[in-house]
Ligand binder design. Structure first.
Ligand code: ADP
Length: 185
């Protein structure tokens, strides 16, 4: 069975950077929910219109909306190793993921936590100039609050299931990448 891996971590933890490396160096197809939603907005689709307000406020889009997006996207990736970047982000999404993957004959092999303290997150996001509309101080604070409240419970969730792999995300990107590779072996 082709592996399915999820990357967990706060905003600014470098998940996107690491996802791109796993794609280029380990052959994963990466499925970034934040990226999919930004594309939907740029393309002006109905989905894009529905999620814009949540994203601009730094809040999560509703579980049913994002689960649907992931379900469709994973369905197109049969037979390929998949890396989920930014999903699941709530316990409800994690519960739904089991069903989504099971329906495709897949199962989650590991959830990799890219662990970074809040002060490093704020420093990094304020220093990046990609012009993302949700990279402003209020929204970053809200995204961090949402992370601790909604997403951090997944650490215990996956720990209990023996799937959690913890990596120190405050290191240089090369060291983080090496630790992720080691964690997946
Ligand atoms: P970051 O990790 O820096 O917050 P992302 O690109 O992963 O950035 O996500 C950007 C925004 O997209 C989130 O703030 C949220 O509004 C929305 N989003 C992405 N993934 C999910 C998800 N799994 N569930 C709900 N909302 C999501």
């Amino acid at each position: 069975m082709e592996p399915t891996i999820a990357l967990l971590g706060p905003p600014g933890s470098g998940k996107g950077t690491q996802a791109a490396r796993l794609r280029d160096e380990a052959g994963f197809v990466t499925l970034s929910t934040g990226e999919l939603l930004r594309q939907a907005r740029a393309a002006g689709t109905e989905l894009g219109g529905r999620v814009a307000g949540y994203m601009d406020a730094g809040d999560l889009v509703p579980d049913d909306v994002i689960v649907h997006v992931v379900c469709d996207a994973v369905g197109e990736l049969a037979g390929r190793p998949v890396l989920l970047d930014g999903f699941p982000r709530t316990v409800g999404q994690a519960d739904a993921l089991g069903g989504v993957l099971g329906g495709q004959g897949r199962e989650l092999r590991a959830a990799v936590l890219v662990d970074v303290p809040d002060d490093v997150v704020v420093e990094r996001i304020m220093g990046r100039h990609q012009g993302r509309a949700d990279d402003n101080p209020e929204t970053v604070r809200e995204r961090l609050r949402v992370y601790h409240h909604e997403t951090e419970p997944l650490v215990a969730y996956y720990e209990e299931r023996g799937l959690l792999r913890r990596v120190d995300g405050a290191q240089e990107p090369d060291a983080v990448a090496a630790d992720i590779q080691a964690a997946l072996e």
